[in-house]
Design a binder for this molecule. Sequence first.
Ligand SMILES: [Zn+2]
Length: 723
Amino acid sequence: MKNRLLAAAAPAVLASLALSGTAAMTLASPALAADAAPKATAPYDGVFAKPSTLPFHAPDFAKIKDSDWKPAIEAGIAQKRAEMKAIANNTAAPTFANTLVAMERAGVLYDRVYNVFSQLTSANTSDALDAVDTEVSPQIAAMEDAIYLDPKLFARVKAVHDSAAGKALTGEDAMLLKTQYAKFVHRGALLSPAQKTELKAMNTEISTLETQFAQQLTQANNAHAVVFDSKEQLAGLSDAQIAAAAERAAKDGKPGKYVLPLINYTQQPVLAQLTNRESRRRVFEESINRASSGDQYDTTGIVTKIATLRAKKAKLLGQPDFGTFQMYDRMINTPAKAMTFMKGFVPALRATQDREAGVLLEAAKADGVTTLQPWDWTYYAEKVRKAKYDLDESAIKPYFEVYNVLENGVFYAANKTYGLTFKRRTDLPVYHPTMRVYEVIDSDGKTPLGLFYFDPFSRPSKRGGAWMNNFVEQSNLLGEKPVIANTLNIDPPAEGQPALASWDDVTTMFHEFGHALHGFFAHQQYPALSGTNTARDFVEFPSQFNENFATVPEVLAHYAKHYKTGAPLPAGLLDKIDAAGKFNQSVGFGETLEAAMLDIKWHTLTPEEAAQPPIEFEKQALASLGLRTDLIPPRYRTPYFRHIWDNGYASGYYSYIWTEVLAHDGWDWVEKHGGMTRANGDHIRTTFLGQGHSKDLDVLYRDFTGHDPELEPMLEARGLSGK
Ligand SMILES: [Zn+2]
């Protein structure tokens, strides 16, 4: 089942960074704030002015009204800006305490309100909240710029960084100085005023082009919806799908025809169903050629401009290429290292692609197909999957009642491994009646670790995906313990029925709780280094690692019980799920790896190289991978690779694969050391799960396993090892 994790991980990564990353720079010395507060602003005295009086300063949802948000956020922004300004203007000589630590103390009000607000706009939004969000977003971006582009503030950080005292710092202090200094430098703080002007112009141009790319791609996706003249051409689709296609055609002004919309991947789900080979070819070709040269919504011109500008920007900042620039704070910190580990998968994957191509061709022969084409792959893969691995989800779901999975599965594993216990709290307010709250108690049976909120069901006011966020972030400096939520999108139960989870939902519950543990075990001094505030190519490691507990026999036996009869999950069902998950890795893993390598290739070009025609470059780049890209093209081709041209994943798409490597290799360590034991739990907690970003991430990993990450356990888990 690991093949679905990549997709499941995607929104979670964004969430981890977007939601818990908000506290990367925190808080406020009241004295400084008073000195520098903008005149004529009445002091804020709303519901967020003081920490809530609830346990752990949990948000008091019973008291917060829609009208509270805007004034609270704006007051938070004003306060944080004033506090940062005061640090920059301090007349005392710069020290670690009066600069770096003071910066960590700045923005308490902002974090208090925004950490709650950002969860509500994601999980329980409304027109009122959306309107506030639209209004405050540019103010927040401006605040970030004002802080990181303030030459006076950077001069102080640099003075500490370059001083003997700065160099003598150790542990978390050293890490805080190092990461904050790097963040300023990354944003151009070392540049001359003229260069800064140039950089600013480049940033504006790049961001305009990124938005243009996204808009044009949306238009291309719409324009390339595939039009069919007859129902017969859609043979294989369900009546409901055909009706929807007819409806879409009518809406598009093509009554009597049928329109299949494109989704933003190369392989379209309908390719698994369409029995007409010519129809499959048409869908596939519209998909893979969208937004390419000659298209009305050709994005390749924009791609050339973005790639060239990014290469120039990296050069201006003294970096060899944009990939190196982008990866400055990652566990894998150069494009070369990323390519090296990914190339390690190529031989096994290539063998799998060749082998599976043979299996599919064999299945296709019955239909008179002599040469397998890329538009045939998904169709015959689905046929083989059905024949060999068919699973009936509705027969599985009764074994996974949601709260039972949570309390007797997710919590049980955390109890056996880490000694944690969980006490339901019905006295604390929630923002939706279906939520549950638990107090998390440490292994001594008495020390509280924090609060856990569980918001499981989908609803119109919640965005898709699953994620973890902090309402309150752990920090010794500020005396805060974590208040954490897991949000999922499980189908809500019908009135009076039990809430049942799919196997994917179960895996996601364990995944998100891995993020939560990363937050609960945090015991960092500084908010910026606490818990999940790590790099993009590390943050999904604890969560993917925690998924492994879902299938530990002792854990599974404890939670997988029929909700009515209490009968255990029938033997062999899980093996069937596992076998199905290992099938079709040619696409499941192959197209992700290809896209990740293409991303790195795009971001290691010089400005001159980046100016070549994108389609030509892509052709060469793909040919050099040693994979069957002719038959299994990357998940995204260049003209519609939105992750890297608009979504901030440039030189970062590999992260999904890397954290999976860590999760499997880490689990291999557990299995070789006696499995789910309290001793192993303590080791995991001490070495990485409780460490936040207090040390270099590769050091944390070696502390845990004693060696650098190895690929073999993941190859085996995905059925690619040939074993
Ligand atoms: Zn995640």
